[in-house]
Write a protein that binds this ligand. Structure first.
Ligand code: AR6
Ligand code: MG
Length: 307
């Protein structure tokens, strides 16, 4: 693929991730809402502010760019530094505890081991994984390895790390194949990629949800909770139900209720990578907090990934 053609997709992915996060944020922890409510909440706000999902994805991108690839210690220290600057972004309960351990000298790959029994399977590793997918879009096995390792910093449970790999791979596939690729092929590649049964089984259900008009069935059949296996499949499903429209995909994700900001953020990253920055409504992007910096990071990732 022409490297120049990838640049708008890198920009679309990161801007889409942050916008999905910002559009879903008012509905985090809520019941399902109508699409019109999501649009109305976006209209009311002068600045579309993002949360920890984007803040951590920024850290992933900053570290991949600075190190020209994955460096666990550097990425962990970047997370800690960013958290200390903006601890009010709405972080989950686990990561701040992990950050304290890292500050006290626990190695980056050990600090998250026992924050929960067996490590965390929250969606915090998956929500920040799209930059890994961008950076390693040409090499799925390296992508998997780095998604697991970057996830391990805060999410040691295999299901937390697998969620990160699945979201990163979805973003990579969207970067490479959208917007002319087929949804069936996209879903088949994801199924062939995952190693954990719970994800494979949910991806099977995604296939059955593509034809239905009933958005409530997405949350009912796939989940919409904070666990990675109850949110990454829903995010992929919302994208695949509306591959041609960023608005429709992200607004549906934000309307599901539950962990709405994270699901919409993961959907937005995939949809933005698929359609490119030109597929994202400028009216929303213009109001995105730190849009200029987020686009700078996308360009930095693009340069580093193609170097
Ligand atoms: N056993 C039981 N519950 C668990 C386990 C486990 N092994 N692992 C996770 N949980 P955490 P995150 C549940 O704290 O993934 C922000 O709002 C447990 O209820 O690692 O970074 C973002 O926007 C735990 O509190 O944080 C996202 O929505 C929860 O999963 C979200 O937080 C989250 O795991 C990301 O959270
Ligand atoms: Mg959040």
């Amino acid at each position: 693929m022409d490297p120049g053609a990838l640049q708008p997709k890198f920009r679309g992915c990161l801007v889409g991730l942050a916008l999905g996060d910002a559009l879903g944020a008012p509905f985090e922890g809520a019941r399902a809402v109508a699409r019109a409510e999501v649009f109305a909440a976006a209209e009311r706000r002068e600045v579309l502010r993002y949360t920890d999902d984007t803040h951590m994805a920024i850290g992933v991108a900053e570290s991949l760019i600075a190190c020209r690839g994955f460096n666990g210690r550097h990425m962990a220290e970047t997370f800690v530094r960013n958290f200390e600057r903006e601890p009010w972004r709405g972080y989950g309960p686990g990561p701040p505890r992990v950050f304290r351990r890292i500050k006290c000298g626990t190695p980056w790959d050990k600090a998250a081991q026992d924050v929960y029994p067996g490590g965390s399977f929250g969606n915090g590793a998956a929500m920040r994984a799209a930059p890994v997918g961008l950076f390693y879009h040409r090499d799925p096995e390296k992508l998997r390895e780095v998604a697991y390792l970057s996830g391990q910093i805060t999410h040691a449970h295999p299901l937390g790390k697998e969620g990160a790999a699945l979201e990163a791979y979805a973003a990579a596939l969207a970067t490479v194949f959208g917007p002319s690729g087929s949804s069936e092929d996209f879903l088949a590649r994801l199924k062939a990629f995952v190693t954990e049964e719970v994800y494979r089984e949910k991806l099977d259900r995604v296939g059955h949800l593509l034809g239905t008009a009933d958005a409530a069935a997405v949350a009912a059949r796939l989940g919409n909770g904070i666990e990675a296996f109850n949110s990454v499949p829903a995010a992929i499903c919302c994208f695949l139900r509306h591959p041609g429209s960023f608005e429709d995909a992200v607004v549906e994700a934000a309307s599901l209720g539950g962990d709405a900001d994270t699901i919409a953020s993961m959907t937005g990253a995939i949809s933005g990578a698929w359609l490119g920055i030109g597929g994202i409504p400028e009216e929303w992007a213009a109001r995105l907090e730190n849009r200029v910096y987020i686009e700078e990071l996308a360009l930095g990732l693009w340069e580093a990934a193609l170097a």
